[in-house]
Write a protein that binds this ligand. Structure first.
Ligand SMILES: *Cc1c(COP(=O)(O)O)cnc(C)c1O
Length: 357
């Protein structure tokens, strides 16, 4: 078998959940498991967390129904609500919570004939300017939902645009606007994504919505002591499938990007951009070979990469390679690649087997 795999450490997952709980001890926890639990496998991750969390969050009804089929009984929130009214019967049947964040959703929801009331998360746009009612329209939307038999209860919510910046006025400004629109309603409130859980305690309120931090990575622009206690859940690993020597002056891989200044020992790793390893990775992107620092040499191909073995004389076919994970932070790899840790972990493709430990 090809040795490439993503090891998913469920003990690390639960440990990260405990970090969130410790930071927000009086809040309920909605664990965000959209996008196949950020590439970790939504069913296994949700099964591992369901005892310890109050709800799950996903982006699409397909994701929600897959969790119901796999036996998840907890509330599941559609974080963007529904995309068309045709989804409403399934939402009711499978007891899903929905976000309502614009007039179209509100009208479609109020016009639908539900035989069971739903929990609604009413979203106000406090500055992200993506989803949510603008503040002037929020009160009317709230009153209409409050008056509807179709609504079991209402949670008021908003989303931060820059909670990852640990300083600056963006988040306090959004929070103040949220307070001014919702404080008098006495409704449960939810604002905090991972960044806000880690860096903005005043935003924790009744429900936190951590995603990335559960997977052991930090969204913050600097290291904090809390973020430092997170443990990466995914380790993307493989092993050398070939070791060879390339002569001085010869180039490695497509386009001849990496020309060897001297005779160089090179290893082939059977993983490429079709597995989710970023094609944008430049020469010098860090990898670990036998636990020791090495680097990508040459263009990433669809099914393979090539790495420098010059300082790792013991490397041979079968020597383990870590692309990111427990020993090499996906955050550091992302920085060199010019992306963010979110895209690396969510990008690991279906071809890579997940192994749960
Ligand atoms: C994805 C998402 C989250 C989780 O964000 P992280 O930065 O991964 O913690 C929280 N809330 C909403 C509405 C989301 O869409």
């Amino acid at each position: 078998m090809r040795p490439t795999e993503a090891i998913i450490d469920l003990a690390a997952l639960r440990s990260n959940l405990e970090v969130a709980r410790r930071l927000a001890p009086t809040s309920r926890i909605l664990a965000v498991v959209k996008a196949n639990a950020y590439g970790h496998g939504a069913e296994r991750v949700s099964a591992a967390l369901t005892e310890y969390v109050d709800a799950f969050g996903v982006a699409t009804i397909t994701e929600a129904l897959a969790l119901r089929v796999s036996g998840i009984e907890r509330p599941i929130l559609l974080l963007e609500g529904f995309f068309e009214a045709a989804e409403i019967p399934d939402i009711v049947q499978h007891r899903l919570d929905i976000v309502i964040g614009n007039e179209e959703q509100l009208h479609a929801f109020l016009a639908a004939d539900l035989h069971r009331p739903l929990r609604v998360w009413l979203k106000v746009d406090t500055g992200m300017h993506r989803l949510g009612f603008c503040p002037e329209k929020f009160d009317v939307a709230y009153s209409r939902l409050k008056a509807s038999d179709a609504v079991a209860d209402i949670i008021v919510m908003s989303h931060f645009a820059e909670a990852d910046r640990t300083e600056g006025l963006g988040t306090p400004t959004q929070l103040a606007l949220f307070e001014s629109k919702t404080a008098h309603l006495n409704a449960p409130a939810s604002l905090a994504n991972s960044a806000a859980v880690l860096a903005w305690p005043s935003t924790h309120r009744d429900w936190i919505r951590p995603g990335l931090m559960l997977y052991g990575l930090s969204p913050l622009d600097r290291l904090t002591s809390e973020a430092d206690t997170l443990r990466p859940v995914m380790t993307l690993r493989s092993s050398l499938s070939l070791v060879r020597t390339v002569e001085a002056g010869e180039a490695i891989g497509y386009g001849g990007r990496s020309v060897c200044a001297e005779r160089t020992r090179v290893g082939v790793v059977p993983l490429g951009y079709a597995d989710g390893y970023p094609r944008e990775a430049p020469d010098g992107t860090p990898v670990l070979v036998a636990g020791r620092p090495s680097r990508v040499l040459g263009q990433v191909s669809m099914d393979m990469i090539t790495v420098d073995l010059e300082n790792i004389p013991e490397a041979q076919v079968g020597t383990p390679v870590e692309l990111w994970g427990a020993e090499l932070s996906a955050t550091d790899v992302a920085e060199i690649v010019g992306t963010i840790n979110y895209t690396l972990i969510t990008g690991v493709s279906a071809r890579v087997p997940r192994r749960y430990v």
